[in-house]
Design a protein around this ligand. Structure first.
Ligand code: NAP
Length: 476
């Protein structure tokens, strides 16, 4: 049994709250760890350590700060298989995908290390002859990074790498469902010799520890990846102190299949993005709109492909395509949403029920006959369930896709370049994938529109989230 301790000011210590949380292996249904159930006192200790460390961390040159990111990447690579195994166990992520997440995270630290010699300020033309206007970019200060359970390792890096590179210090709270990989990383951070307090890891629940991190006077910025509901709570909790928030929230990605699409390619891409990690991915295709002339062919092919999706133990060889959902609550939620859709008239083309055997598994499911206004088309399912609706013309397809309170990602399948370019102009989403699966690159900018978030992550613009400007008017 793995028993975790908080990592505060460079040391592993017992939770000041004195309480612990159980961590479950969702596939086996067994308790595999105990993690601190931290509260406001843990938040306070970690934020004080981060605030004390921040001025001297920011004084180091950016390349020196980057050297620690490279050391973190090296630690991850040296422990890549053990980390992937821990990740696979704590959240039932199939091993190949867990390994991709670990390796991608090492790349991510190296990628942001590369920004040390690239990010820059500006010199702006003045109205006066003997004056320069300088725009400096300075670290925001202390960042509270709050992470979800679906990509606990990668999303942690999405907050740690740009924070540290920018000269911020950070306190990271993993989801209370998946703290194990994050705290394994804390041990690796210790091995890099990172100055004490620059990076702290605290475990506990969002409603107690998370809320305390957001409300604390030493928090200069909150970076949350999570649900719209948590985003709303954090906006409210940060309002008193007008603390900066960066929110990456849920999605309800539409996939539009036009009549000139390569149907086989669309089927493969949509199935891949719907069943990866059991559909528990924010940018997954959550609803499909298919031109009426190819609707029957598409439904037949995708139903066949979904019915062949394999699922089983995350450690099975050869690896299945998916495993258990994260917990019984998530399985109950998916099941209830499908039942309500059926009660409203949806037809189950394939799947539509829990799967037998270990884990909280749900069968890959295709639904037809859903209405645009139904819950299954409007709300995030976060499971392997895809409602498919027909459309008759371009305007209808775009209107249906845009008709959502979410605006994270979308995808378009067509061989007509003009139509694709028109769709890119008309779709109202932070990201659109054309003729491919839903998956973003670290050099892009992952940022949701509408209720999918405020601000974003990755690339140059993701780094800018952690920097604030200072303008100096220098007359000579
Ligand atoms: P969640 O329930 O909102 O939790 C996310 C994190 O926020 C957890 O650490 C949680 O703590 C904490 N939290 C919850 N309420 C809080 C509050 N009032 N104050 C401070 N912290 C609070 O989300 P999840 O179920 O872990 O993750 C799934 C969601 O994340 C989905 O909606 C998915 O679309 C979204 N997501 C979005 C992106 C993106 O890039 N846009 C990426 C990944 C996931 P505890 O759970 O430990 O209590």
């Amino acid at each position: 049994m793995n028993t975790l301790k908080q990592f505060i000011n460079g040391q592993f210590i017992d939770a000041l709250s004195g309480r612990q949380l159980e961590v479950e292996d969702p596939f086996e249904g067994k308790i595999i760890g105990l993690a601190p159930d931290g509260d406001a006192s843990d938040a306070d200790a970690a934020l004080r350590a981060a605030a004390a460390a921040q001025p001297s961390w920011a004084k180091k040159s950016a390349p020196e700060r980057a050297s620690y990111l490279r050391a973190m990447a090296a630690q991850i690579r040296a422990n890549r298989v053990e980390l992937a195994q821990t990740l696979a166990r704590e959240q039932a992520k199939v091993m190949p995908l867990a390994q991709v997440e670990i390796d991608f995270t090492a790349d991510y630290f190296e990628y942001y290390a590369g920004w040390a010699r690239i990010y820059e300020g500006e010199i702006i033309q003045s109205d006066r002859p003997n004056e320069n206007i300088f725009l400096f970019r300075k670290p925001i200060g202390v960042v509270a990074g709050i992470c979800p359970w679906n990509f606990p390792f990668f999303v942690m890096a999405r907050k740690v790498a740009p924070s540290l590179l920018a000269g911020c210090t950070a306190v990271i709270k993993p989801s209370s469902l998946t703290p194990l990989t994050t705290f394994a990383f804390a041990g690796m951070v210790e091995a890099t010799g990172l100055p004490a307090g620059a990076l702290n890891f605290v475990s506990g629940r969002g409603s107690t520890l998370g809320d305390a991190l957001v409300r604390h006077e030493l928090t200069d910025m909150v970076s949350l990846t999570g649900s719209v509901e948590a985003g709303r709570d954090i906006i409210r909790a940060s309002a008193d102190r007008i603390t900066k928030v960066s929110l990456e929230l849920g999605g309800k990605a539409p996939a539009i299949v036009f009549k000139d699409a390569d149907i086989d390619l669309a089927v493969k891409a949509i199935v891949d993005s719907r069943v990866i990690f059991g559909g528990q991915v924010c940018n997954c295709a959550e609803r499909a709109y298919v031109h009426a002339s190819v609707f029957d062919e598409f439904v037949e092919k995708i139903s066949l492909a979904m019915s062949k999706v394999s699922y089983g133990s995350p450690f099975a060889e050869p690896a299945p395509q998916m495993s258990s959902l994260i917990d019984s609550r998530q399985l109950d939620k998916v099941e209830a949403m499908v039942e309500r859709a059926i009660a409203e008239g949806a037809e189950v083309v394939t799947g539509g029920c829990r799967a037998e055997g270990s884990g909280y598994k749900y069968e890959p499911t295709i639904l037809a006959g859903c209405t645009q206004q139904s819950e299954i088309v409007q709300s995030e399912v976060f499971g392997p369930v895809l409602p498919i609706l027909p459309f008759t013309d371009y305007d209808e397809a775009i209107a249906l896709a845009n008709d959502s309170r979410y605006g994270l990602t979308s995808s378009v399948f067509s061989s007509n370049v003009s139509l694709v370019m028109q769709a890119l102009k008309d779709l109202r989403f932070g990201e659109t994938y054309v003729n491919r699966e839903h998956f973003e690159g670290m050099q892009g900018f992952h940022a949701g529109w509408r209720q999918s978030g405020i601000g974003g992550a990755d690339g140059k613009h993701g780094l800018m989230e952690y920097l604030q400007s200072q303008v100096a008017y220098v007359q000579y």
